[in-house]
Design a protein around this ligand. Sequence first.
Ligand code: NAD
Ligand code: UDP
Length: 386
Amino acid sequence: MAGRVDLDGNPIKPMTICMIGAGGFIGSHLCEKLMSETPHTVLAVDVYSDKIKHLLEPTSLPWNGRIQFHRINIKNDSRLEGLIKMADLTVNLAAICTPADYNTRPLDTIYSNFVDALPVVKYCSENGKRLIHFSTCEVYGKTIGAFLPEDSPLRQDPAYFVLSEDASPCIFGPIEKQRWSYACAKQLIERLIYAEGAENGLEFTIVRPFNWIGPRMDFIPGIDGPSEGVPRVLACFSNNLLRHEPLKLVDGGHSQRTFIYIKDAIEAVFLMIENPARANGHIFNVGNPNNEVTVKQLAEMMTQVYSKVSGETPLETPTVDVSSKEFYGEGYDDSDKRIPDMTIINRQLGWNPKTSLWDLLESTLTYQHRTYAEAVKQAMSKTTAN
Ligand code: NAD
Ligand code: UDP
């Protein structure tokens, strides 16, 4: 850890980071790397701590004293301002961010992604503290190309689908498509943070993650989350594979996504944390444009990789089609395609993703199998016995 320097060769001073949402998927990976590779201190704020338990105990861990857990719901806790004041930097990850909630719990979604983030922005601005705020690639909504005729050659032109921070519009569906409650709330908090920067000098960075996936993402229904819960696609498909049931393709699985390995993405956040002069005032796409697949192709790849890591033969019919209304309920809609423009993050931080989709699926599904296969087997045999 000695002699660590930033991208401009300046020594990096140890800092205190108030991380809100530290107990979630991204937060757990960020905390892990901050503890093992830097001298920084983390004030970890969340309502849950299961995913960072291994970092908090026992007290003999080499980073003992550098991570403190604060069980705080930021909706209603006056301790938040004190923690932000104690820190040099606040990283805000807290959010409701599973699509199954956007159309079924739109009020909670809007409150969580906009209203609850307001005090965080205000305390940072009023106390002259730096803020790294997690937004989403979903603020882009649909691509311009989605509105072209199916057979238009322009659909192949990157100008109609590549999503760039400083040029692409944000295109959402009508209000009754409550899917967009999340994207719209995230867009408004981005605009507010940007305005705090412009009018009051807030030092901010906004991160737009493009489908970060890896170990510890979400939960497996009925094992470490509610039986009726619907997590994001990696956990939904993992759950199907663990239970030896067909993977459900929503509306045929035609939507396209680019998936990035959590460990690659965390490298980008590290560069932002430790290079404020290069990161402040910027909005960054963080994704892997080389890992694009349709959801149907993702299902096929995960089936193949899971068979390799578990030794189980795939089902003869590994996927089944399901309508979005049946799967998510009324008001669901979808982003058609998400390819991140990497120009700004390349120029400012020299960062590039490394891991291919095959490699990241292999390490992630190895983890899923090792962590959950036995518990799923036991839960299934209990259900059969009853
Ligand atoms: P996550 O759900 O695993 O983590 C969010 C954490 O915030 C959870 O641990 C939750 O308990 C905590 N939290 C929520 N409300 C809180 C409150 N009121 N008080 C205290 N803690 C609270 O999600 P994640 O995948 O780690 O995402 C983190 C951030 O990144 C979110 O803002 C999300 O919108 C954004 N994001 C992630 C992805 C991705 O690919 N994972 C994609 C787009 C955007
Ligand atoms: N999806 C699917 N089957 C599932 C879960 C999700 O076909 O079991 C689809 C979903 O409709 C979307 C894509 O997978 O098109 C990615 O969904 P995710 O929940 O990961 O989040 P998003 O990328 O839409 O934010």
